[in-house]
Design a protein around this ligand. Structure first.
Ligand SMILES: NC(=O)c1ccc[n+]([C@@H]2O[C@H](COP(=O)([O-])OP(=O)(O)OC[C@H]3O[C@@H](n4cnc5c(N)ncnc54)[C@H](OP(=O)(O)O)[C@@H]3O)[C@@H](O)[C@H]2O)c1
Length: 334
């Protein structure tokens, strides 16, 4: 497959383009897309824009009431929209595995998997399975979802994986000179690692970038394009909700200087839906362009680190699976 070179593409959109503009001339009928975390913020705008252009959107969310509200809002604007909900709590691998199973049981194709959900400074310190929450929700749960849905993405190819990361990945505090084991230990923190909330977030976002580039290396040959992106900085979403009133005040003051939520969703929507970038894969995107100026290239393009993180995460998932199996055996024996 030919690589669609940046020099041959024309940039049509920028930091002020919104989610609807970037796919205004695209018909997404016949495309099925699953998105995590679309009850608020960037994910909500993304799901809506894609559904309004005809995509069958599967919302993988834990908050069923807010999901239902979004569904109704979409149907009010487009009565023949196709929107389905699968319950998925990313702080429980059991829930993620069940969500993937439910998706597969429906025999839907999958043309775009959008890994959007994220937490920053969650009040919950560890997930149900004992992972540090930022790491568990932002990274481990998404790797499990990818792993489970890769066969469907391959069958549905050409297909895409869109990973929502952040420029924060540059602030992981990991040095390129650190030994691989030490890098991996930092990338997979426990709740006792003593890292600040921001550092935990930055590390999880570096995990997102590394996973995306690993998937590109493994899956682009199977006609799956992989994109990783920064949606914009300090967009006034609910991401800092655990900071309460303080976060609301800050959102109010910074709002005039940041992207709107729809502008923040534009790159998600463009990467999931645009026909212009079919052959591009394995790039870091911002404002609908594969602009890698803010990519921590030395860490992000380190293939040993990409492989090491994938393997370490997979082993953690396997340990959880084995524990699960033995506790099921234990309870059936009593
Ligand atoms: N806002 C920014 O300036 C900014 C900048 C860079 C990157 N990002 C990235 O953009 C993405 C979207 O964030 P946002 O700013 O739109 O934040 P947001 O408004 O807080 O949205 C986050 C979404 O993730 C979901 N989520 C959180 N924990 C979950 C869990 N355990 N299970 C299932 N869903 C869960 C939330 O659902 P609930 O309603 O159930 O909590 C919500 O739908 C994140 O990956 C974030 O890192 C945002």
């Amino acid at each position: 497959m030919t690589e669609n070179k940046q020099s041959e593409r024309k940039r049509r959109f920028g930091s002020r383009s919104n989610a609807n503009e970037v796919i205004a001339d695209t018909d997404l009928s016949g495309k099925t897309m699953l998105i995590t975390g679309c009850t608020s913020g960037i994910g909500r705008e993304t799901a809506k824009a894609l559904a309004l252009k005809g995509a069958h959107v599967i919302m993988a969310n834990r908050n069923l009431r807010l999901s239902d509200e979004l569904k109704k809002e979409i149907y009010a604007e487009k009565s023949d929209a196709k929107v389905d909900l699968i319950a998925c709590d990313l702080s429980s691998l059991q829930s993620v595995a069940a969500a993937a199973k439910e998706f597969k049981d429906n025999h839907w194709p999958l043309h775009a998997l959008i890994l959007n959900a994220g937490v920053f400074g969650s009040e919950q310190k560890v997930t149900i399975d004992g992972f540090e929450t930022t790491h568990g929700v932002n990274h481990v749960a998404h790797q499990l979802l990818v792993r489970e849905l890769l066969p469907v993405l391959r069958q549905s190819a050409p297909s895409r994986i869109v990973v929502v990361a952040s420029h924060s990945h540059q602030h992981s505090g990991i040095k390129t000179t650190d030994p691989l084991e030490s890098k991996l230990e930092k990338l997979c923190p426990t709740s006792n690692s003593g890292f600040s909330t921001y550092r935990l977030y930055a590390l999880s976002k570096l995990c997102n970038v590394l996973m995306a580039f690993k998937l590109h290396r493994e899956e682009h040959k199977n006609n799956i394009s992989v994109y990783v992106l920064h949606p914009g900085s300090m967009i006034a979403t609910d991401i800092s909700r655990s900071y309460g009133f303080g976060a609301q005040v800050m959102n109010f003051f910074i709002k005039p200087f940041t992207k709107t939520i729809s502008q923040g969703a534009a790159t998600n929507v463009y990467l999931a839906g645009s026909n212009e970038i079919h052959d591009v894969s394995g790039k870091y995107w911002e404002s609908c362009w594969d602009d890698e100026k803010r990519l921590d290239v030395a860490l992000a393009r380190d293939e040993q680190l990409q492989d090491g993180l994938w393997t370490k995460t997979d082993e953690a998932i396997e340990q959880w699976e084995n524990k699960n199996k033995s506790s099921r055996r234990g309870s059936s024996a009593t």
